[in-house]
Design a protein around this ligand. Structure first.
Ligand code: UDP
Length: 238
């Protein structure tokens, strides 16, 4: 695709977003920067940007095959990808299959307990407020999304979970939980955006429960680069 990269329009914790010579497309660039605890912890995970770019794109293509509309258009190089220009709905859309992280803390549930059903949860994307938990009524009352958009988001989130859970089970990996983001196209349609990577998912080895995700960075467990590489090679060998 013949698209020219123009000015940077946004820099997040893990990615930069650039305008292009078409209003319909952005270019995202994945960085090696890692943060945790709402930016309190900073570091670098060498090679992470390359893995997250390639892995997200593979996941988006897998999801597209399964009927999920995503922002993915075309990978340009190791770190950069053309995506559809969307307005991000300011929600962290989280699905949990197994208790971990903030869910375990909040409800006093041991990490690793299987949940009786996949659980959907929303946080408002607002660093200044520390991304507070938000419910469906709040979302509608505050105009963060309409009821119709929420319905599209719920359907999208559960579908992504079904596809990814099955895919990773085939690689000997348990999908514990993950965060996705949704975007609005100019016509109002909601599609999957952002990324799907070890930064945004919890992956545990099915046999050993070894963590193969960003928790190794958050919790100073070591073997961070190796964990990202391990997930990525299992995907590539699938
Ligand atoms: N997550 C994320 N970005 C965030 C918060 C969470 O990608 O800002 C992901 C996280 O990697 C995990 C899931 O969402 O896969 C649930 O995270 P949780 O709410 O347990 O928060 P955490 O323990 O990461 O603070």
């Amino acid at each position: 695709m013949d698209i020219k990269k123009l000015n940077q329009i946004y820099e997040g914790k893990a990615k930069k977003v650039y305008a292009t010579d078409s209003p319909d497309y952005y270019i995202v660039e994945y960085k090696d920067d890692a943060t945790a605890f709402n930016g309190l912890k900073h570091g670098t995970i060498t090679g992470k940007g390359i893995i997250n770019n390639k892995m997200s794109n593979l996941m988006f293509q897998l999801l597209a095959k399964n009927g999920v509309k995503t922002h993915f258009v075309e990978q340009i190089n190791d770190r950069e990808t053309i995506v559809k220009a969307v307005k991000i709905v300011p929600l962290e859309i989280i699905i949990r299959n197994v208790a971990a992280g903030s869910f375990s803390k909040r409800y006093g549930v041991e990490e690793g307990r299987e949940l009786l059903a996949p659980t959907l949860e929303f946080s408002l994307k607002d660093d200044a407020l520390n991304d507070p938990l938000i419910n469906d009524s709040h979302i509608i009352a505050l105009g963060v999304a309409t009821e119709n958009e929420l319905e599209q988001i719920r359907t999208l989130a559960y579908k992504v979970n079904e596809v990814l859970k099955n895919f990773f089970a085939g690689l000997g990996v348990k999908l514990i939980d993950f965060k996705i983001e949704a975007g609005r196209l100019p016509n109002g349609e909601i599609i999957l955006a952002d990324e799907i990577s070890p930064d945004t998912c919890r992956f545990w080895d099915a046999k050993t429960n070894e963590k193969l995700d960003k928790d190794r960075f958050r919790r100073d467990m070591g073997g961070v680069e190796e964990a990202y590489q391990e997930i990525f090679s299992r995907i590539n060998n699938a």
